[in-house]
Ligand binder design. Structure first.
Ligand SMILES: Cc1cc2nc3c(=O)[nH]c(=O)nc-3n(C[C@H](O)[C@H](O)[C@H](O)COP(=O)(O)OP(=O)(O)OC[C@H]3O[C@@H](n4cnc5c(N)ncnc54)[C@H](O)[C@@H]3O)c2cc1C
Length: 221
């Protein structure tokens, strides 16, 4: 069922990523990690739906999306960057397969962090962050979004991985089999993977050849 929702605030959170806080329809529910189809409620854009993940928690009194814009490309995310509070988005019912199934290693590439942001916020609220690890891959340090919040998640082991910059305090490279072998010692645990499709495919393949059980690897299907 479609809902037309007013944007109450838009907050920059790093790089070209913005958080959009929206009014929440009554009795709207979703699970942390789920997404929905979103369109901009303006002429010429209502039919252009794109998937985005809720980064608010189900018990918040607002909905939130955390959206990376691609300003060089004339798509929906470029238009989103130009919206203001008072504009509206049209959203549909929640869907998606990424859900927390137990302690493990989260591997996120760029905007693929969004389902994990929601899941990790939920674990923070319930005091269950300890024992989880996050590898957050970006091209450069300026691409990292919500960095202060993520780094401040007490109990979560956070590793930022930069593919195009070599900086002290950051891991450098891409997350491939060699990288995983070097940084993860136990492949008999849960892995959560979300990012660009080619990254998800290659990380899944690498995890498989390192002995991870396919049923313990959670990704968007
Ligand atoms: C389940 C799911 C949940 C998601 N959740 C989020 C989220 O919470 N936050 C978020 O930021 N993203 C999320 N995404 C990704 C998001 O849906 C896309 O970034 C968005 O649909 C892009 O829309 P667009 O209209 O801007 O680009 P589109 O017009 O849809 O174009 C995207 C395509 O254009 C290509 N492209 C990109 N830039 C250029 C360019 N400069 N020139 C030519 N081609 C280009 C891309 O490779 C891509 O194939 C999610 C995706 C999925 C599948």
């Amino acid at each position: 069922m479609a809902h037309r929702l007013t944007i109450n605030s838009i907050t920059p959170v790093g790089g070209t990523v913005f958080q959009y806080d929206l009014e929440k329809p009554e009795n709207f529910s979703f699970k942390p990690g789920q997404a929905t189809d979103v369109a901009i409620d303006k002429d010429d854009w209502r039919e252009e739906t794109r998937p985005f993940t809720f980064t608010s928690l189900p018990d918040w009194d607002k909905l939130q999306f955390t959206i990376k814009s691609y300003p060089d490309h004339d798509g929906v995310t470029k238009q989103l960057m130009n919206l203001s509070p008072g504009d509206r988005l049209i959203i549909d019912d929640p869907w998606g397969t990424i859900q927390f199934k137990g302690k493990g290693v989260f591997i996120a590439g760029g905007a693929g962090m969004t389902p994990f942001l929601s899941i990790l916020r939920d674990l923070r609220e319930s005091g269950e962050l300890a024992g989880n690890r996050l590898f957050f891959a970006n091209k450069t340090v300026t691409d990292i979004f919500c960095k202060d919040e993520i780094d401040g998640m007490s109990g979560l082991a956070v590793h930022h991985v930069l593919s195009e910059e070599d900086r002290p305090g950051y891991l450098h490279g891409i997350i491939d089999e060699d990288f995983l072998k070097q940084h993860v010692s136990d492949f008999n645990q849960k892995f959560y993977v979300c990012g660009p499709p080619e990254m998800v495919k290659s990380v899944k393949q690498a995890l498989k050849s390192l002995g991870a059980n396919a049923e313990e690897v959670v990704f968007e299907e």
